[in-house]
Design a protein around this ligand. Structure first.
Ligand code: CMP
Length: 513
């Protein structure tokens, strides 16, 4: 027998070629379907080839007549190759096959499977090598007992990790709260669970701690989507009826789409306490859908509540001490009020609609305005609403005017900005609101009620003419948006329409000709 025949005959058997193909096929499948874990598979396959090379070396040794060294080397590398094959099988079954049939076993299950298979493989090889299994088991039992005693804590953690994974009490992706730390579970390892907090910290909880103590899994409820109830607190003086506060805050929040606030269960407002300090304590409760964004969403809700209260002339309650200071100083209050009126006059001057008014008229109007802030997404007027009591002037921000089309879609008619007014169609003609107006950004408005507008029109009939002019153009745009040209007579002469609308306004406000 030649040198090469002896060498190859020693390490290359009948099963070698199929085994090689099997390993290559498994590696290709894994690399194709689990591209993101490439590094693991490449490592395992590389290890297999190193072991194959080791066996080749053992063949060389054998051919060179180093009998014992060749046998030992071969055995070592056969065990190594087996370890690589077992690992690949574990990866194939647990990361590809089971997920393909919608099973997602915890990572620990793969580890256990692989470890048991390693032990079995060692036993088999040791037996081949002629070692007595019985005595090995006895010795290993004693060693195990000694090691177990020495590693009580670690074993507690490992068993904790196992239990956590198997009973599904926490899963990767859950938000948990332990004492005052809350965060998202990013990994459950053998010994510890990693939690990433919103402050960009990673907290390592020993698994035994999670097993022994209670912790909260945030936002999780059987058969419900993940969402977490949050409480946003605010105080209002007891001179305002709680039913009014609750209903206007709820109405405003329910009409608005706020990012990360669940529609169901709907947000609700409750009166939580009344105390002797002179104010009532309310909470707006809502369900947060993205648990990472608790503070920003709370802030958005707070701003909505504030804006809704301000629009209705309700102030948030101040601390008792500051109320005294303000009350004592009525002159100071008057100065503040005058400053506000001057600011309003300055703003009104820039609104084209009021360009005809003199200083006294502007002042009279400014005193009757109500400051009305809206937060982004708030509905300011709704199409078809019969309660058209207000005319709005935008002093900051942008609002979108849109209409519902008969086919259920909506179409934007115009974007209004600073100095523009809206709500005139309903207010001046008594018709239901012709369109939706929604805050595109946070919007600050002044709103003017019907009585103030009526007074204004009596004093300055020219304003009615100007408004009727704008109104006709806007109506034509609306009709075009609705593609409803015939129905409303947009084909009619615009000046005819204008005079019709003017007559309507005059009739509505009983203005003379
Ligand atoms: P009103 O019908 O009371 O309520 C909806 C408001 O949208 C309406 O008054 C107008 O102020 C405004 N609006 C309707 N159509 C237009 C338009 N084409 N351009 C600007 N604003 C409009």
């Amino acid at each position: 027998m030649s040198f090469w025949d002896r060498m190859i005959g020693f390490f290359w058997g009948e099963e070698s070629l199929p085994l090689l193909f099997m390993v290559l096929a498994m590696a290709m499948l894994l690399l194709h379907y689990r591209r993101e874990e490439r590094a693991h598979f490449v490592n395992t396959v590389s290890f297999f080839f190193i072991c194959l090379f080791g066996q080749f070396v053992s063949g060389l040794l054998h051919a060179l007549d180093f009998g014992r060294a060749a046998a030992v080397t071969r055995e070592v590398f056969i065990i190594g190759a087996g370890v690589a094959v077992i690992r690949l099988w574990g990866q194939l079954v647990f990361r590809m096959v089971l997920p393909a049939v919608k099973l997602t076993p915890p990572r620990i299950a793969e580890d256990i499977f692989v470890i048991i298979a390693y032990v079995a493989w060692f036993m088999v090889r040791l037996r081949y090598a002629g070692l007595d299994l019985g005595s090995i088991l006895a010795t290993s039992a004693v060693i195990t007992a000694v090691v177990a005693l020495a590693m009580q804590d670690t074993l507690g953690n490992i068993l904790g990790g196992l239990a956590l994974q198997l009973d599904n009490s926490v899963e990767v992706g859950d938000w948990i709260k332990v004492d005052d730390i809350s965060g998202k579970v990013v990994d459950i390892r053998w010994r510890s669970t990693l939690v990433e907090t919103r402050n960009w910290e990673t907290v390592v909880f020993p698994n035994s701690q999670l097993m022994k103590n209670k912790f909260l899994v945030l936002g999780r409820r059987t058969d419900q989507p993940v969402q977490w109830r949050r409480w946003v607190w605010f105080n209002v003086g007891i001179d305002t009826a709680p039913t009014r506060v609750v209903s206007l805050v709820e109405e405003s929040i329910l009409q608005t789409d706020i990012a990360n606030v669940a529609k169901y269960p709907a947000p609700n407002c409750v009166l939580m306490d009344m105390d002797t300090k002179g104010y009532a304590r309310y909470a707006l409760r809502y369900w947060l859908t993205d648990l990472a964004l608790d503070d920003p969403t709370d802030a958005a809700i707070r701003w909505h509540v504030m804006a809704a209260l301000q629009r209705h002339g309700i102030k948030l309650a101040l601390e008792e001490s500051s109320i005294h200071i303000t009350k004592e100083n009525e002159r100071y209050e008057e100065v503040v009020r005058q400053r506000e009126v001057s600011l309003r006059i300055k703003t009104l001057r820039k609104v084209e609609l009021f360009s005809q008014l003199n200083d006294a008229e502007l002042r009279a109007l400014a005193e009757r305005l109500r400051y009305s802030p809206f937060s982004k997404g708030n509905v300011i007027t709704r199409q078809g609403d019969a309660d058209s009591h207000w005319l709005y002037v935008i002093i900051n921000g942008e609002a979108e005017v849109y209409v519902d089309l008969p086919n259920g879609k909506r179409r934007t008619v115009r974007i209004l900005g600073r100095g523009n007014f809206f709500g005139e169609m309903g207010l001046l003609t008594g018709a239901p609101r012709s369109a939706w107006v929604v805050a595109r950004t946070d919007v600050e408005c002044y709103r003017i009620d019907k009585d103030a507008v009526e007074e204004l029109l009596h004093e300055r009939p020219g304003i009615a003419e100007e408004i009727s002019h704008i109104l006709v153009t806007r109506r034509a745009e609306l009709d075009t948006a609705l593609q409803n040209l015939d129905a409303t007579g947009a084909h009619k002469d615009l000046s005819l329409q204008r005079s019709e609308i003017l007559a309507m306004i005059k009739r509505f406000f009983s203005l003379g000709n």
